[in-house]
Design a protein around this ligand. Structure first.
Ligand code: PEP
Ligand code: MG
Length: 834
């Protein structure tokens, strides 16, 4: 029997477990140990070991060392904080050394919000305590406990169960530390081997830590299997804690009745008709035990190589966001840490599929626990990659997990970018999601791919049976379920008409757009990376009105160097072949945190250190970016656009930096500097900003979010987040007027710029330049050519008088109807007086 010495993981006051204000810990249900009332905000490793993390929780860390699980639970009842105030510094499966920082927590926040700060540190399994520190002050690294280690109980069993029952988790916060300890304690009087299975994984029910890592949430089913003489009694004991299925379970979310027409928000305009295909990725079964380490290792290597080859082949034909996502998947498939985690499982005798699944899921769990939208997307990418490799191991092609019938309309709860990628490959007709927002990543991808998409349709869509004919109208914003023959033929006629128009629009896309009465309308493209440049040029973009440079800054460990940025901007400028290019400085921070910037955790990131504020807090990063932009040749090829400006001080400060960089680089001229108008403050101050800037660009995504006080990713409120809301239009009008008074341009670059219905209003408000998603450009140009700017002004005047977005939309629909066929007949309701 070996001895394991634990060093104090927290600074503070050490106390016996009996003094912990929680009966589960005080009665040692989670294990024997000590507690610390902390005075410092960092939890450290008490010894060398491997990290085990709970799903969706950041308030506790388990360290596995020499067959012993040491559970360190910061505070009491802290699960209900949902991770707020905690920052995990390690990943599941990571090996750490004694003293390594594991978890940072905000002592003040915990003191205010948690039941108690007292933090139990218990031996959840695998050893008995031989010696422990006395009550009193401890510093990190002081002697804490000595454990006589014994072998850890097996976390899986191959025994055939004698009895199986399905329960429902009744605990508010799922199977977290306290209930898991209660389950383990309830089984102590019995000898039966008991496992609980949930979410495709199983765990030894006697191990608190293993149960926690299942991540079973309140209301979810868990299957309990018991084998041994008292199997039935053991399950009876569990029944005292867990709810039997379909009895005391919390109410299951009901799928509402399906109406014949379901209203939804438009994420990507277009029409589609096709069979319903509910999006579900079936779980692929894997064998836990392998046929030998060498054989399984070889199988995994071969499968990974096949997947990488398939991804690379796809990447060769992909463009834009798809290209970038495929690159991310290839990187993940080659990731050394993932492979290391998988080989740890292979070396334990596990099968290739099991090892790969464990590795991807452990990493995915850590990403999910980070409570960050982009990281959740990466977790979904991992899930995709898991499936691709498992498919190859099962002798199938790696590609999509589903075969889609032609024209399929994919119906999903929500779609992640990686899932979008699979959809395009299958050439689906359209997408409708129950949740999601109109400016979400997936929505931007759908628009870039020209795929009609509706979001925020509500749970009713999830009840539509596979194969049901659907009519998706992402022009009006509804989904017709099993439309009548008459409705079908109307929609089919419209689809055919759009197809013909689309071909004609594309043929004329390279021509400039001028209204019938001679007003020139410039249609630029928004870009997110070099990969999109060729396609937007083919769509007729006259330049780039917004290059989102975040692609260079996110998902990496160190910021891009000035040289790397200069190279990237240069090739984009060259791809645009002399067309103007507005480069937006990094819009990071807030909900786009980056690992190498120590930005604080924020309660409300949309109102925090984001955009230009984050840049000004890290002037060296901004300086490097500005220099990289200035180095693009020919000199002056790029304009500089500043995100999230709220007043002139931001612009003045950056201008001083640009001027300094111009001097350093020996350039002759300061390039054009513009501000994005994305907040009511900047719109209201547009006259002052116009005096300081060379151009203004209105970001209607954020401007609507801040004006209407609706989170741009909010699923339920998505239909109300309409940039044609008269309050937003009034702000746009103020900006356009201020820009005209100063003789500078004001363009629109938010999603509203890609909305053909909005174009007449924008032209009427005096916006003669837009920057849109590439696929929308041909249609926008055609629309502009059919318009009369005088009529548009009258239309805009009437729109500004409206009091709801709905009323503005109705006016826009009238204008659209009259613009059809390259002709606007005089519209009595919107006709100008002269
Ligand atoms: C906007 O807010 O409208 C905008 C164009 O910026 P982003 O969507 O990148 O926040
Ligand atoms: Mg914005």
């Amino acid at each position: 029997m070996s001895v394991l010495v634990l060093r104090a993981p927290l600074a503070g006051w050490c106390l016996p477990l009996e003094q912990v204000p929680d009966p589960v810990f005080a009665q040692r249900m989670a294990g024997d140990g000590l507690a610390v009332d902390p005075t410092g905000g960092v939890l450290h490793a008490p010894c060398d070991g491997e990290i085990v993390l709970m799903k969706n929780a950041k308030h506790a860390v388990t360290l596995r060392a020499a067959g012993v699980d040491i559970l360190m639970h910061v505070g009491i009842d802290t699960v209900q904080l949902g991770g707020q105030g905690f920052e995990l510094l390690v990943a599941a499966g990571e090996r750490v050394r004694t003293g390594a920082p594991l978890l940072r927590f905000d002592l003040d926040q915990l003191a205010r919000r948690a039941k108690s700060l007292v933090s139990p540190i218990v031996i959840a399994s695998g050893g008995g305590i031989a010696r422990r520190a006395a009550a009193g002050t401890v510093a990190v690294g002081d002697f804490f406990m000595e454990i006589a280690a014994v072998a850890a109980p097996s976390t899986s069993t191959t025994t055939v169960p004698d009895e199986t029952r399905v329960f429902v988790v009744p605990f508010d916060h799922g199977l977290h530390a306290r209930p898991a300890a209660q389950v383990a304690a309830a089984l102590r009087p019995f000898v039966a081997e008991v496992t609980l299975a949930a979410r495709g994984r199983s765990a030894n029910a006697r191990s608190t830590v293993a149960l926690m890592t299942l991540g079973a949430r309140c209301g979810e089913e868990v299957e309990a299997s018991a084998a041994g003489a008292d199997a039935r009694q053991a399950l009876d004991a569990l029944a005292m804690l867990l709810s039997p299925k379909a009895s005391a379970a919390p109410p299951v979310k009901e799928t509402p009745a399906i109406p014949p027409r379901i209203e939804a928000a438009i994420a990507s305009r277009g029409l589609a008709m096709g069979p319903c295909v509910p999006w579900t990725a079936p779980e692929i079964a894997v064998e836990e035990r392998g046929a030998g380490v060498a054989q399984e290792t070889q199988a995994l290597e071969t499968a990974l190589a096949a997947v990488v080859a398939a991804l690379e082949a796809l990447q060769r034909d992909a463009r834009g966001e798809m290209h970038a996502l495929l690159a991310a998947h290839i990187e993940l498939a080659r990731d050394p840490e993932l492979r290391e985690r998988a080989s740890a499982h292979l070396n334990r005798g596990h099968g290739a599929g099991h090892a790969w699944r464990q590795a991807t899921r452990a990493t995915g769990d850590v990403l999910l626990a980070l409570d960050d939208e982009r990281m959740r997307e990466r977790a979904a990418d991992l899930r995709d990659l898991e499936n691709q490799v498992l498919r190859v191991l099962a002798g199938k092609p790696p590609g999509t997990t589903r075969e889609f019938p032609p024209g399929a309309i994919i119906v999903a709860d929500d779609l992640l970018p990686s899932q979008m990628m699979a959809l395009e490959r299958a050439r689906v007709g359209g997408i409708c999601t129950a949740r999601g927002g109109t400016t979400s990543h997936a929505a931007i991808l759908a628009a870039a791919a020209g795929l009609p998409a509706l979001v925020a349709a509500g749970d009713a869509v999830l009840g539509i049976a596979e194969g049901t004919p659907l009519g998706l109208d992402a022009e009006h914003g509804w989904l017709d379920v099993d439309p009548s023959p008459a409705e079908r033929s109307t929609l089919e006629r419209k689809i055919a008409q759009r197809r013909t128009e689309g071909a004609a629009d594309l043929a004329a896309a390279a021509q400039p757009a001028t209204t019938r009465d001679g007003v020139r309308v410039t249609v630029n493209a928004n870009l997110g990376s070099f990969a999109e440049v060729a396609s937007v040029v083919a769509f007729g973009a006259e330049g780039c009105g917004l290059l989102r440079t975040e692609f260079l800054f996110l998902d990496r460990r160190a910021p891009p160097s000035e040289d790397e940025q200069a190279r990237e901007y240069q090739r984009i400028a060259e791809g645009l072949d002399g067309r103007p290019l507005a480069i937006r400085t990094m819009d990071i921070g807030g909900d786009k945190p980056i690992a190498y910037l120590p930005l604080p955790h924020e309660e409300n990131p949309a109102l925090g250190l984001r955009g230009i504020r984050a840049s000004l807090a890290h002037p060296q990063l901004l300086r490097d970016q500005l220099r990289a932009i200035l180095r693009v040749h020919p000199a002056g090829a790029c304009r500089i656009l500043l995100p999230m400006v709220t007043d002139v001080a931001d612009v003045r400060f950056v201008r001083t930096m640009v001027e300094a960089a111009v001097r350093e680089l020996g350039l002759a001229r300061v390039p054009s500097i513009g501000a994005m108008i994305e907040t009511p403050a900047s719109a209201l101050l547009a006259p002052s900003l116009a005096a300081e800037c060379d151009f203004l660009s209105i970001g209607t995504n954020d401007l609507s979010q801040y004006t209407l006080a609706i989170d741009r990713g909010h699923p339920q409120l998505a239909p109300r987040l309409d940039a044609l809301h008269p309050a937003v239009l009034r702000l746009i009008a103020m900006v356009a007027d201020a820009a005209h008074a100063r003789g500078i341009s004001a363009s629109v670059c938010g999603a509203l710029a890609s909305d053909v219905d909005a174009l007449p209003m924008l032209i009427g408000l005096g916006i003669h330049e837009v920057s849109a998603t590439g696929a929308a450009i041909p249609r926008l140009k055609r629309m502009a050519r059919t318009l009369d700017a005088g009529e548009c002004r009258e239309l805009a005047r009437r729109a500004l008088e409206q009091s709801t977005a709905q009323a503005v939309r109705e006016l826009a629909a009238v204008a659209r109807a009259h613009a059809r066929g390259h002709y606007i007949a005089p519209v009595p309701s919107i006709q100008s007086g002269g």
